[in-house]
Design a protein around this ligand. Structure first.
Ligand code: CP
Ligand code: NVA
Length: 305
């Protein structure tokens, strides 16, 4: 049994197998087929933070696969009514998978330690592996292959940036993280990512927004202040004012470069309307791919058990 708490939990071959399964299921759905590969399978979705894409795509995906999903909010009392051990062992008796969105990554690690079914990270402050799977699926669809492609991420070194970095190193993509120095990964964090992917280098960090854009295959951004960082909003708006993905920046990238955003976006801050709605934007396809990637992951994990 395998948990997916970050993309360190999947080998490059396993990531490719999940992506292949995701593409197959997406192609099947497009021809009207809904293979019931998870008939009778139940997913618990334990959420401590808001969500549109993750929550709905997991639930819709499970229904399409012949299974079901149940949303569990604060009322189940995770971390409050009983020990994490009791909570996790009991929840695992009822369901086949647990997808968790939590404020603190360590809480998901603790939950997984006692879970007897796979736990999937549906976003923590540390990582967002399902997002990165969908992102790479999108890059693969547009550019045919991801190996050797250059992803330029304009934004702080957050959960999304970490998952993108891990998947990039694992699949042979080049990744640049562009943001003010104080918001970049520390040397220890870079070391953790690179050693976890068993590579010596591969992540370029720069505060120069023009660096790397000329060779970008994809330009990606995220909100300047993530969920839980609301008190830093004003300071971050100031620090990131020069790091907006706008038409000028996109014009300095190759015409074939695509624009990606995990969403939700704060239009007018990290990205302009012109870029979000422009010809290089793949954000809707990317959001749709959350469902296909998660279906692929769930089916692949089920096959392993
Ligand atoms: N990208 C993403 O995870 O969106 P939600 O917060 O709406 O789930
Ligand atoms: N970095 C953002 C991603 C939202 C999908 C956050 O954690 O809020």
């Amino acid at each position: 049994m395998k948990h997916v708490l970050s993309l360190f939990d999947l080998t490059p071959d396993e990531i490719l197998a999940v992506l292949e399964k995701s593409s197959e299921l997406k192609a099947a759905l497009e021809t009207g087929e809904r293979p019931t590969l998870l008939k009778g399978v139940n997913l618990a979705m334990l959420f401590q933070k808001q969500s549109l894409r993750t929550r709905v795509s997991f639930e819709a995906g499970m229904v399409q696969l012949g299974g079901s999903a149940m949303y569990l909010g604060a009322d189940v009392g995770w971390g409050k009514r009983e020990s994490v051990k009791d909570f996790s062992e009991v929840l695992s008796q009822y369901v086949d998978f647990i997808a968790v969105r939590a404020k603190k990554h360590q809480d998901v690690v603790d939950l997984a330690q006692f879970a007897t079914c796979p736990v999937i990270n549906a976003l923590t402050d540390y990582s967002h592996p399902c997002q990165a799977l969908a992102d790479v699926l999108t890059i693969q669809e547009v550019h045919s292959d991801v190996n050797g492609k250059h992803l330029v991420y304009v934004g702080d070194a957050n959960n999304v940036a970490r998952s993108l970095s891990i998947i990039s190193l694992k699949l042979g993509m080049k990744i640049s993280i562009v943001c003010p120095e104080t918001y970049q990964f520390t040397d220890e964090e870079i070391h953790e990512i690179q050693s976890g992917c068993e590579v010596d280098g591969g992540i370029v960090q720069t505060s120069d927004i023009s660096e790397g854009v000329a060779t970008a295959d994809a330009i990606y951004t995220d909100v300047w202040a993530s969920m839980g960082q609301e008190s830093e909003q004003a300071a971050r708006e100031k620090a990131f004012a020069e790091y907006q993905v706008n038409e000028r920046l996109m014009a300095s990238a190759p015409g074939s470069a695509i624009f990606l955003h995990c969403l939700p976006a704060r239009r007018g801050q990290e990205v302009t309307d012109g870029v979000m709605d422009g010809p290089q934007s793949y954000v809707v396809q990317q959001a749709a791919n959350r469902m296909h990637a998660q279906k692929g992951l769930l089916v692949w994990l089920h096959e392993q058990s």
